[in-house]
Design a protein around this ligand. Structure first.
Ligand code: PLP
Length: 379
């Protein structure tokens, strides 16, 4: 990526970059892909854009067993796809074990409650990973649990939950395994086939760096076929959406977000040009390393210990000063071209900075300089 070519474009169109996943900062070429209209009846949209996206996502999902997987695209923000998955794959007599350690885990619980799905929650609090021993014991003793769901990267804190360990335990117990990998898929290397993941959700505007408007579910085809007729919603019926996409050669059931889908097709091309998921992971990791080293030099401390921290988003404790006010800090940074996130951890005053999107090590070096200049409470 040529930085000197990139910046002028970005700066003339965007007054700031988003360190707030998501939405997140996208490339100018992704945004430009939205400039024309598309007819959804023909192959130039369904066959040439939608179908390659579905196939491309399956390729990203698994290189060891791609033939086992299929992909369903779903309108709406990421939560719509999470709700579609949970509401469509549990049978009426199913029971869901939810591993929760943050705001997105809590959202899974809320969805199960709203949909009146029988569930049990393992909540380890926002600062601890799932309890693997308790998980194993529960799956051994409670035979009525049919499905297990977890958040992969808990975006509330930036905690990378132990997907491989949980997958091993859940699959050994022969339960259906569901994953909200919204803020990790496409930016963190892992193989659904290797881990035995049955259903996984992500969305257009996270690590694949598209614009917001739809999400997707990657599903083991055999497991998806078993769920026909289970859906608790008409528009979020995962099986029906899949059936229409399959039979209609890429046709969506209801109005497709055409411009967003076209932008996503461009984002998929750019992911491949960058060198795929491993290269993207390396860039995010480098972004985060520069961020944390720079922040620590300025006297900030991270909320999570390094071993639990993902390269996606990082929480920092607020400075200990009566003068400090998030809103003022936020505004100063925004004026200088960077938008950060408020904190979300209960009982801890903190803020967060995302390191995913069309953002580069150079941006984080500039950010550290700008933060250094904006520490008004130190003067
Ligand atoms: C972003 C995100 C979601 C979806 O949020 P929306 O606002 O509905 O797009 C769900 N889970 C996680 C872990 C996320 O990071």
């Amino acid at each position: 990526m040529n930085q000197s070519e990139r910046r002028p474009d970005l700066e003339c169109e965007n007054p700031y970059i988003l360190l707030t996943p998501g939405p997140l900062s996208t490339s100018v070429t992704v945004r430009r892909a939205m400039l024309r209209d598309w007819c959804t009846w023909d192959d130039d949209y369904n066959g040439d854009i939608v179908t390659p996206i579905r196939e491309g996502l399956v390729k990203l999902a698994s290189s060891v067993r791609p033939e086992d997987y299929t992909c369903v695209l779903m309108q709406g923000s990421g939560t719509f796809s999470v709700e579609s998955m949970i509401g469509s794959v549990l049978p009426t007599d199913g029971r869901l074990l939810i591993l929760s350690n943050g705001g997105y885990g809590a959202r899974l619980v809320e969805i199960a409650k709203r949909l009146r799905i029988d569930h049990v929650v393992h909540d380890t609090g926002e600062l601890a990973p799932p309890d693997l021993v308790r998980l194993e014991e529960t799956l051994e003793t409670d035979g009525s649990i049919s499905h297990v769901v977890m958040v992969h990267n808990e975006t509330t804190t930036g905690m990378m939950n132990p997907l491989t360990d949980v997958a091993r335990i859940v699959k050994a117990a022969q339960k259906v395994f569901l994953v909200d990998s919204m803020s990790a898929f496409g930016g963190v290397p892992f193989d659904l086939g290797e881990l035995g993941i049955d259903f996984l959700v992500s969305s257009a505007n996270k690590c694949i760096q598209g614009v917001p408007g739809f999400g997707f579910v990657l599903a083991k085809r055999d497991e998806l076929i078993k769920t026909k007729g289970f859906a608790r919603s008409l528009s979020l019926d995962l099986y029906s959406q899949w059936q229409t996409l399959e039979e209609g050669g890429g046709k969506w059931r209801y109005t497709s977000p055409t411009h967003v889908v076209r932008a996503f097709a461009q984002a998929m091309v750019e992911l491949e040009e960058e060198g795929g998921v491993p290269a993207r992971f390396a860039r995010y990791t480098e972004n985060q390393r520069i961020l944390v080293e720079g922040m620590e030099r300025l006297g900030f401390r991270t909320v999570l210990p390094r071993e639990l921290q993902s390269p996606i988003i990082t929480g920092f404790y607020d400075p200990e000063s009566d003068q400090y006010e998030f809103k003022r800090f936020y505004s100063l940074l925004k004026e200088k071209g960077f938008v950060i996130y408020p904190g979300k951890v209960t009982g801890i005053s903190s803020f967060r900075i995302g390191t995913i999107g069309h953002v580069f090590p150079e941006d984080f070096r500039r950010l550290i300089n700008v933060i250094g200049e904006s520490m008004y409470w130190k003067r």
